[in-house]
Design a protein around this ligand. Structure first.
Ligand code: LLP
Length: 421
């Protein structure tokens, strides 16, 4: 459920009419709903209660500091994968003790940053990383709390580019080697082993792969305890999928996921962490664009928008589906017409949808891409020297621009001309 609904035929974000935002900031832009972010975060905390737990929002899905503060103020933790994301979490007022650091390629500099600024735990992904962290922590006279990410070799049954829990993926250590790696971690100075981490992929629409992975983690917990390790925390990753095509998909709900967690690892007495991104942010955001032209091609009609693949790359990168709806609802009885929906970027890959039935829209009309809050703005680029588009946050009947559109001067002035030219 989200808070982007039609009222009197006009799409609203909560109580704000989308055309009012468009008139203020211009198109294209992203707009997020505070109520949806809040609701989705709470669904997870309710689903995990009464287990001791922390919901760590995966910042990579939507990293605007105003969004992070919205969630952080509710008590959310944050899952970061870079020094930049760590800085964002702190800038949003989230204390280090609620920040977990994931990722296969943490640099020594990033380790130092988090150790000095405060960190809940590092999710370590390899033996070289373990040794590097031990060195960095020791040199600072600090102790790094760690989990080790295990790769359970489970097929997440999702798009191959976002599946992470198979042995051929670069993530984690093979679960079969966990015993040896935990033994090494216990021997190294500057490290304190506290738990186990797992994350098998993103946009999972079936709970079975989670179940397989979490049962393996439960077994491993018992085994590592028998080997003398104190395992008090399980980080179960993110990955729960959302219904991108409202008409025909109903992925499992956070309550189902919470019940699964309780069933598989709930009796181990561990504190549970999860790292959802998409399920919190995905349906909390839409991308609004204007129609530049309706172009009648030889065998199809093109809807050419002012948003492009550089603003929302998911369709060209993963063949992802986003529902596209008119901001002004069509008059009843008007028949849908098929369009290829495209942006102005100079490559054929700049296609959002092919043969998509849409009620007739004309030049200047506004359209909205649903479910664009996650992996939308964060994956945008300035390809074709197109400015990064603004982000807007709605709260009830008011809205604020939470990232402004850069001016062309700002963009061009980042380049410098060497003295020999
Ligand atoms: N934790 C870890 C360690 C992750 O790698 C990820 C996502 C998450 C949590 C959050 O997963 P979520 O709950 O959002 O599914 N750009 C792709 C998705 C990449 C996901 C990367 N890792 C897309 O647009 O579909």
């Amino acid at each position: 459920m989200d808070h982007f609904l039609y009222r009197d035929g006009i799409l609203h974000a909560e109580d704000v009419a989308i055309p009012d935002i468009a008139a203020t900031v211009g198109t294209p832009f992203y707009v997020y709903s505070t109520a949806t972010l809040t609701r989705h975060y709470r669904l997870f905390t309710e689903a995990l209660s009464p287990l001791p737990h922390l919901v760590c929002f995966a910042i990579k899905s939507l990293s605007n500091i105003a969004v992070l503060k919205t969630l952080g103020d509710l008590g959310a933790g944050m899952d970061v994968v870079s020094g930049g994301e760590y800085r964002r979490a702190l800038a949003a007022g989230v204390p280090g003790e609620r920040i977990v650091f994931s990722g296969v390629g943490k640099t020594r500099e990033e380790m130092r940053l988090a150790l000095t600024g405060g960190i809940r735990q590092f999710n370590v992904e390899s033996e070289p990383e373990l040794r590097a962290l031990s060195e960095v922590a020791s040199s600072l006279g600090a102790t790094a709390p760690i989990t080790i990410r295990v790769n359970p070799d489970v097929d997440a049954k999702t798009h191959e580019k976002i599946a992470t829990g198979k042995k051929e993926n670069k993530f984690g250590i093979p679960i079969a080697r966990a015993s040896a790696v935990y033994a090494e971690a216990a021997r190294l100075p500057g490290l304190k082993v506290i738990g186990i981490d797992v994350h098998i992929g993103s946009q999972l629409t079936d709970l079975a792969p989670f179940e397989q992975a979490y049962l393996k983690v439960a077994d491993l917990t018992r085994q590592l305890r028998a080997e003398g390790h104190s395992i008090t925390r399980l980080d179960l990753g993110g990955g729960l999928g959302i219904p991108y095509e409202r008409s025909n998909s109903a992925p499992p709900l956070p309550t189902d996921y919470g019940a699964l967690i309780k069933r598989t690892v709930g009796d181990l007495g561990c504190e549970i962490e999860i790292e959802p991104g998409r399920l919190i942010s995905g349906n909390a955001g839409i991308l609004v664009a204007s129609v530049i032209y309706v172009k009648n091609g030889e065998d199809r009609d093109f809807l050419i928008l002012d948003a492009a693949m550089n603003d929302l790359i998911r369709p060209s990168m993963y063949g992802a589906h986003h529902d596209i709806v008119p901001v002004r609802e069509a008059a009843p009885g008007l028949e849908a017409q098929e369009f290829d929906v495209v942006g102005p970027v100079c490559e054929t890959g700049d296609t959002f949808a092919k043969g998509r039935p849409l009620t007739p829209v004309a030049e200047g009309d506004l359209v909205a891409f649903r479910s664009a809050g996650a992996y939308g703005a964060v994956m945008a680029s300035e390809y074709n020297t197109r400015p990064l588009i603004p982000e807007v946050l709605v709260h009830g009947d008011h809205f604020a621009v939470i990232r402004t559109r850069p001016t062309f001067d700002e963009m061009l002035n980042r380049d410098t001309i060497p003295e020999w030219l």
